[in-house]
Design a protein around this ligand. Structure first.
Ligand SMILES: Cc1cc2nc3c(=O)[nH]c(=O)nc-3n(C[C@H](O)[C@H](O)[C@H](O)COP(=O)(O)OP(=O)(O)OC[C@H]3O[C@@H](n4cnc5c(N)ncnc54)[C@H](O)[C@@H]3O)c2cc1C
Length: 552
């Protein structure tokens, strides 16, 4: 599993520098496909379903909907995913800023020291599952129960969605009450941790946090080594796990490097999509449904570009409203990270196992024991994780990334004009609620307590950030605002529910229209305590069954 670090080109320094590696467009690579890839005659074809976006959700749907013979067209804005930067887990950070990354910036954040936050998102087959940290986390059972009870999302309580988590899973420890085996998505639970990460986990235990052998099992709380979406040391994105096998089917067509401009409507019915490819605008039709899987940032844009969204806002930017839906682009949520960084007391071993990442342990903790689930999920990095604005005095350091995973703050995505080239207005309103600042301050203090334990004595030098002189709560709150970063778990902008602000109903149909669903992280009514990729895959698995049932 372990490879020579120098030959890979990865070093502690290059991780910190976040080197942007120029990427070329690659071919789809080996394999004899039954599917048509970039068919010249797409516009003459009749497809049962057109799926917009081959990301975490889109690849799952492309697989499940083609299982029983339906004709499916999958359209992806990015290109193929055959780069070794994508497949090699340790190289993930090299992807930021390349052609594989949409590379968004938020507007200046009033409650985060006026900073613009950088939001990478995957733009290739697999979408963000081709660019993410590969951590497999489902969230807390109480999160899904709240979807059902608080948002009217019948059928989305934990007992109802657990079978869908298990359906996709191929767990390296085998099946049990909470896990599946034999599914397309490999989940690796056992690997050799980095020595510094191991010491961080031991220190967390010394500070009173129990070691949890399975945070996706009966109990989520505690410190744990992560489960990873890898297989044989390579990234197991949804493109690898779900799309590759489906590409053997003749009833699947895939178009890459093509950006959907809008959903075509005939009255209240979605009839197809218009997309841009090689500078040309082209249209295809869907006899059954159009399914929007563009992710939490692009799905609301696609709807609004189609005239589906808040009427006044659409008129303001020069788009003819076709269907007034005030919730489109609202309810933008994300988790927060805030680094607590320690210089190495000695030279730290290089992170040289290319099959894992520099982040392979985390903690689930509650700010209040009476909470139904965790609201903090700090991450343990064996390298320094500096915010972009920070001075970076050394590469020989490790990081506890304090975090909040039940944010009270939420924001919005809006258009700035009628063209696909107009930049989005992305405003998550990070830390606009004092509660979220308080949680980060608490999490930072918890990280310091862990860092002070004997298990880390051999590795821990001075505290670089927040720094020894930053001690009282007011100073820590100021630090949190100056250092907060995205956890990359954007969601909620086409929320599922039954109220006026809901965009899709509990069957993920766009409210008030026919033949149109949204299936991706944008439909979360409220974010779960944990990373969002596995929940998106679950949502797509369930959506596939809902869609099949509707057309059986
Ligand atoms: C840097 C980073 C690290 C992360 N780490 C983790 C982690 O370790 N574990 C975890 O669980 N989650 C992680 N996440 C979050 C997780 O990956 C996402 O929540 C999940 O992938 C979202 O899935 P999605 O289907 O909603 O969107 P995406 O996977 O982003 O898919 C959307 C797809 O639609 C395409 N698209 C968009 N607009 C158009 C258009 N107009 N026409 C055609 N195609 C279009 C995009 O190119 C993309 O391929 C991370 C995310 C990032 C960015």
């Amino acid at each position: 599993m372990t490879k020579d670090l120098s030959s890979s080109g990865l070093s502690r320094r290059s991780f910190i520098g976040r080197t942007a590696v120029a990427s070329g467009v690659l071919s789809l690579g080996g394999g004899l496909w039954g599917a048509s890839v970039n068919p010249a005659n797409a516009q003459q074809q009749q497809y049962d379903y057109v799926i917009i976006g081959a990301g975490s959700a889109g690849c799952v749907l492309a697989n499940r909907l083609t299982e029983e013979g339906a004709r499916v067209l999958l359209i992806e804005a990015g290109g193929p995913d055959t780069s070794e930067m994508i497949s090699t887990p340790m190289r993930l950070i090299e992807l930021w800023g390349t052609d594989y990354d949409w590379g968004y910036q938020t507007v200046p954040q009033e409650h985060a020291a006026g900073r613009q936050l950088y939001w990478p998102r995957g733009k290739t087959l697999g979408g963000s599952s081709s660019l993410n940290g590969m951590i497999y986390v489902r969230g807390n059972a109480s999160d899904y129960d709240a979807w059902a009870t608080d948002f009217g999302c019948e059928g989305w309580d934990y007992a109802s969605v657990l079978p869908y988590f298990k359906k996709s899973e191929d767990f390296s420890r085998g099946a049990d009450e909470y896990h599946g085996a034999g599914g397309p998505l490999h989940v690796t639970a056992d690997f050799e941790p980095h020595p510094v990460t191991r010491a961080m986990v031991e220190a967390a235990q010394q500070a009173g946090h129990p070691l949890n052998e399975d945070t996706n099992g009966a109990q989520q709380d505690g410190v744990a080594y992560v489960d990873l979406n890898t297989h044989d040391g390579k990234r197991a994105s949804t493109a690898v796990a779900f799309l590759r096998p489906a590409l053997e089917r003749e009833n699947l067509s895939l178009i890459t490097n093509a950006r959907v401009l809008k959903v075509d409507l005939d009255g209240t019915r979605a009839t197809g999509v218009t997309y841009l490819q090689e500078g040309e605008s082209r249209s295809v039709s869907a006899t059954r449904e159009v399914i929007v899987c563009g992710g939490a940032i692009e799905s609301p844009r696609i709807l609004m570009m189609s005239g589906i969204g808040p009427r006044a806002h659409l008129e303001e930017v020069g788009i003819t409203p076709r269907h007034d839906l005030p919730g489109v682009g609202q309810n933008l949520n994300d988790h927060t990270l805030c680094p607590v960084i320690y210089e190495g007391a000695q030279q730290l071993p290089p992170p040289d196992d290319m099959a894992i990442t520099v982040l392979h342990a985390h903690l689930f903790a509650k700010s209040d024991p009476s909470l139904p689930g965790p609201d903090m999920q700090p991450l343990f990095f064996n390298v320094p994780y500096y915010a972009p604005e920070m001075e970076q005095p050394t590469a020989n350091a490790f990081t506890f990334n304090a975090s909040g995973v039940q944010p009270a703050s939420s924001g919005e995505i809006r258009l700035t004009g009628p063209s696909i080239d107009d930049p989005l207005h992305i405003d998550p309103k990070v830390l606009s609620q004092q509660h979220d600042v308080d949680i980060l301050v608490m999490s930072i203090k918890q990280m310091r307590e862990i860092a002070g334990q004997p298990a880390l004595a051999k590795w821990k030098g001075r505290e670089i950030y927040p720094g020894e002189d930053v001690q009282d709560d007011a100073a820590l709150a100021e630090y949190a605002r100056s250092a907060v970063m995205s956890y990359h778990h954007q969601n909620g902008t086409c929320a599922m529910g039954t109220g006026d602000m809901a965009v899709v109903d509990p069957e993920l149909r766009v409210r008030g229209l026919e033949g149109l669903r949204v299936v991706d992280a944008s439909i979360f009514p409220k974010v779960m305590a944990g990373n969002t990729n596995a929940p998106v895959i679950m949502v797509a698995e369930k959506a596939a069954d809902l869609i099949k049932a509707a057309h059986s």
